[in-house]
Design a binder for this molecule. Structure first.
Ligand SMILES: *Cc1c(COP(=O)(O)O)cnc(C)c1O
Length: 396
């Protein structure tokens, strides 16, 4: 290491740590949460109804059911569809573990489908060979904030009579053509703090299927037949009866009110994300060892949930994990979205037959998410790219 490198290192060490992500919360939003806390009603109530309506207005969804997480939404969906032992669900291995975990927990079998090497998204022709008479559901992911190519996926699902449910955890504000994700079909959003908008923890189940919405609404709260907030009694009708045993996945109003404020700023927040992503793309185009994901070739609007790059581990002779560690030592946080599900201990030990997931495995060793959140400055972006250059040069 040259003297100059050492000085640079000391300089970056002295800078504050730049995280992968940080929620953007306004003072107005904090005040709204405080108002709910003072109001005498902090659990599910009027603010939930307002949040659900706002999601319908923004996405065009016919029904929206607020939940404590997107994972809860996946659990309720599997229950609502009656999926269990002997059933198969087709989903990518390249996603967050929550989907496969829920499939396992209900006794069904996840059937992992490979993804496009450069978008990390599932395509219809990859799914078709995996369909069997046991296939009960298909769950593709709108990856990183880009849109899936929905038309062929919907055509395939319809042809085989299998429900298609979009994992839209990354995709609030994303559009496919001119249609917002969530506006038709069934899609599950997440409002975890890393996502483009947050309720602290939370999720939203959107669907154009009224019966499905009703089932999810019931299962969300103990399986009670009536789930309406009554303003006069400040609660639910106490006479409500259990129609079927349900869960406890409702969202408190103190969380919902945060989501309302966030959604009102959705365009502003996503526009800033897009500016940051554009600056990354411009600056990183000069570093051969770094290959960002590619944009799909169909018409869509990206909400830039994540900025994912692939490290050239051959030419740098450096592993992705060492790359992330080196950035961390230089005060730059990164993330991994995701380590392939089938390579994790439980899945590796349970499903020992080799799986043909070459693109998933190739990416699983090379991907890394760079810091991306609306409050980042352009200088922060330059600092990330300079630090990457420094790490790669040092490794070369
Ligand atoms: C975050 C995430 C989820 C789960 O969301 P929660 O609200 O944390 O349950 C599901 N799928 C993907 C792709 C995610 O990134």
């Amino acid at each position: 290491m040259s003297k100059c490198d050492i000085t640079q290192n000391i300089q970056s060490v002295n800078k504050p740590f730049l995280p992968l992500s940080k929620p953007s919360i306004s003072e107005d939003e904090i005040a709204e949460v405080a108002d709910v806390l003072r109001s005498g009603w902090i659990t599910t109530g009027a603010k939930n109804a307002e949040l659900e309506q706002l999601v319908c207005d923004i996405t065009g969804a016919q029904y929206a059911v607020a939940l404590s997480s997107a994972t809860a939404g996946m659990h309720l969906l599997l229950r609502a569809l009656g999926i269990g032992p002997g059933d198969e669900v087709i989903t990518p291995s390249m996603t967050w573990v929550s989907t496969a975990n829920q499939i396992e927990l209900c006794g069904a079998t996840p059937v992992f489908v490979d993804v496009n090497r450069d978008t990390l998204m599932v395509e219809a022709d990859m799914i078709e060979p995996l369909i069997t008479e046991r296939t009960r559901l298909i769950v593709p992911v709108h990856y990183a904030g880009a849109s899936l190519d929905l038309a062929p996926l919907r055509q395939l699902a319809e042809k085989h009579g299998i429900p298609l449910v979009e994992d839209a955890a990354h995709a609030i504000g994303t559009r496919y053509g001119d249609q917002a994700i969530g506006g038709s079909g069934t899609a599950i959003f997440s409002f975890h703090p890393i996502k483009n908008i947050t309720t602290g923890e939370g999720g939203m189940f959107c669907t154009d299927d009224g019966q499905l919405a009703e089932k999810i609404r019931q299962l969300r709260f103990h399986g009670l037949g009536v789930d309406a907030f009554d303003r006069e009694t400040q609660g639910r009708a106490p006479q409500a009866e259990v129609l079927t045993p349900g869960y406890k996945y409702n969202l408190p109003d103190m969380n919902a009110v945060l989501g309302i404020g966030q959604l009102k700023r959705l365009n502003e927040l996503n526009n800033r994300r897009a500016e940051i992503a554009a600056l990354y793309s411009e600056l990183l185009s000069e570093i051969d060892e770094i290959k960002p994901l590619q944009l799909p070739d169909y018409e869509m609007t990206h909400c830039w949930h994540l900025y994912i790059i692939r490290l050239d581990i051959e030419s740098t002779a450096m592993s992705r994990d060492d790359f992330m560690q080196a950035l961390k030592e230089r005060q730059v946080g990164t993330g991994l979205h995701f380590r392939a599900t089938h390579t994790q201990k439980y899945y590796r030990e349970k499903y020992t037959e080799p799986m043909a997931l070459p693109e998933t495995e190739w990416n699983s060793e090379r991907i890394c998410s760079l810091p991306l959140y609306p409050d980042m400055t352009d200088d922060d972006v330059r600092r990330v790219v300079d630090t990457i250059r420094q790490v790669i040069t040092g490794a070369g």
